[in-house]
Ligand binder design. Structure first.
Ligand code: MG
Ligand code: MG
Length: 255
C-alpha cells in the first residue's frame, strides 16, 4: 500500500532525515587513510543517539539476508556496491567508500547514502561518483507531481547508459515513511510514463548504484550481506529521501 503523507508528517520526516544527513557528513569528515569502518560506524551511532534518534539498519533482517545487519551504517569499499558490513578493516589511500545510513525519529524514517574517495582519488573513480550523483539528481528532478515512477527510473537508467555504467537489476529505491522500506519499489531501470502516478505527499528513497565495468552482475560475499560487483570493478551509491510536493521534490536528508 502506498501511503500519502501530510505536510506535518513530511516535516517530521525532515527531522529524521536531517539526522541521517548529519551522520553521513560526520562520517565523510572523519573517513581517511588508516581509519577503520567500525570507527565510522561508531561515529554515526553517536550522532544518531545524541540526536535522540534510533539507527534503522542495526538488527535489520530483510528476506535475502542470513543474519540481522550488525551495523549502523553500510560501509561498502571499492568493488562492494551496497550492504557492506562495517568491520575492523582500515581504509587505504585511493579507496572508494560508499556509506548508507538510516535513522528513525518520532516514528519516522530517513535513508540516504554518499560515495567518496579516500585521499588521492583516481579520475575514473571521480567520474563514477559524479555520474552516480548526477543520476540521483536526475531521478529527483523527475519526482514531480503528475509524473510516474517510470520517469524516475528512466532518468537514472539514461544517466547510467550515457556513462557506460552498469546497475544491479533487482535493487533500487523504495517508498519510505514509518518503515524504511514501503511501497512502491523505485526501480533504477524503467520506461518513462509507466507505473504509479506521483502524488504530493509521496515519500521516496531514490538510490542509483553504478558499476564502473558496465556490467550489472553482482555476487554476495561470504558474510551473506555485502553485494560486490561480479567483474571486480568499482561501484558507487548515492541516495536521498525526498517527498513529492506541489512545488516539486523536497529533499528530506540534507544535513
Ligand atoms: Mg539507504
Ligand atoms: Mg534505501
Amino acid at each position: 500500500m502506498v501511503e500519502i503523507k501530510t505536510d506535518t508528517e513530511l516535516d517530521a520526516m525532515r527531522e529524521a532525515g536531517r539526522i541521517v544527513g548529519r551522520a553521513l557528513q560526520a562520517v565523510r569528515e572523519h573517513a581517511a587513510t588508516g581509519v577503520s569502518l567500525l570507527e565510522l560506524d561508531e561515529l554515526a551511532a553517536t550522532v544518531i543517539a545524541e540526536a535522540g534518534a534510533k539507527p534503522a539498519f542495526l538488527g535489520y533482517l530483510p528476506g535475502f539476508a542470513p543474519t540481522p545487519f550488525p551495523g549502523v551504517i553500510c560501509a561498502s569499499v571499492n568493488d562492494a556496491i551496497v550492504h557492506g558490513i562495517p568491520t575492523r578493516h582500515r581504509l587505504r589511500e585511493g579507496d572508494l567508500l560508499s556509506v548508507d545510513c538510516g535513522a528513525h525519529l518520532d516514528g519516522w524514517t530517513g535513508d540516504a547514502a554518499i560515495s567518496f574517495g579516500i585521499g588521492a582519488t583516481s579520475p575514473e573513480d571521480l567520474a563514477l561518483i559524479e555520474a552516480t550523483e548526477q543520476a540521483l539528481a536526475a531521478g529527483i528532478a523527475a519526482a514531480q507531481p503528475g509524473n510516474r515512477i517510470g520517469d524516475i527510473s528512466h532518468a537514472i537508467a539514461q544517466t547510467a547508459a550515457q556513462g557506460g555504467y552498469g546497475m544491479p537489476a533487482d535493487f533500487g529505491g523504495h517508498g519510505i515513511g514509518r518503515a524504511m522500506h514501503e511501497d512502491p519499489h523505485v526501480a533504477n531501470h524503467g520506461r518513462p510514463g509507466r507505473g504509479l502516478v506521483l502524488r504530493p505527499g509521496l515519500a521516496l528513497a531514490i538510490e542509483p548504484m553504478f558499476i564502473a565495468g558496465g556490467d550489472g552482475r553482482y555476487r554476495i560475499a561470504a558474510d551473506g550481506w555485502t553485494m560486490c560487483t561480479r567483474d571486480g570493478s568499482r561501484a558507487a551509491h548515492a541516495e536521498h529521501t525526498i517527498a513529492v510536493t506541489d512545488s516539486g521534490p523536497r529533499l528530506l536528508t540534507l544535513p
